[in-house]
Design a protein around this ligand. Structure first.
Ligand code: SF4
Ligand code: F3S
Length: 107
C-alpha cells in the first residue's frame, strides 16, 4: 500500500515532501497535496520531512483519516504533478496548529 497525505496538510502545503520524493508522485490542489498510489514506491522518505506530520503509510492511517486513502487516489488523477518545493501557503504556520480543518479542503 502507498503512502498518503492527510488532513494536517490542508492550508499549509509546506512541500518539503515533494523535494525528497524520488519518483514524482505528488500532485497539487489549491490547498492540499496528494500522493499517487500507483507511482509511490513506499520508500517512506517523505514521512519525516513533513512539518505537520501529514504523511503516513496508508495501511497505518489513524482513526478519522481513512477517507484520505481514497481521496489521494482520486485527486492524483485530476491534479497536476508538483516536482519542486514552493513557499508554504501564507497562513501555514497558523493552520499547522489547527487539528480539525477538513472543511477547508478545496477540491
Ligand atoms: Fe514518494 Fe517515497 Fe513518499 Fe511514496 S513514500 S510519496 S515514493 S517519497
Ligand atoms: Fe503537505 Fe506536509 Fe507535504 S504540509 S505539502 S504533506 S510537507
Amino acid at each position: 500500500m502507498a503512502y498518503i497525505v492527510m488532513e494536517p496538510c490542508i492550508e499549509c502545503k509546506y512541500t518539503d515532501c515533494v523535494e525528497v520524493c524520488p519518483v514524482d508522485c505528488f500532485h497539487e490542489g489549491p490547498n492540499f497535496l496528494v500522493i499517487d498510489p500507483e507511482v509511490c514506491i513506499d520508500c517512506g522518505v517523505c514521512e519525516p520531512e513533513c512539518p505537520t506530520n501529514a504523511i503516513v503509510d496508508a495501511a497505518a492511517a489513524p482513526a478519522g483519516q481513512e477517507r484520505y486513502v481514497e481521496l489521494n487516489a482520486k485527486y492524483a488523477k485530476l491534479w497536476p504533478v508538483i516536482t519542486d518545493k514552493r513557499e508554504p501557503l501564507p497562513d501555514a504556520e497558523r493552520w499547522s496548529t489547527v487539528a480539525e480543518k477538513s472543511a477547508e479542503l478545496k477540491l
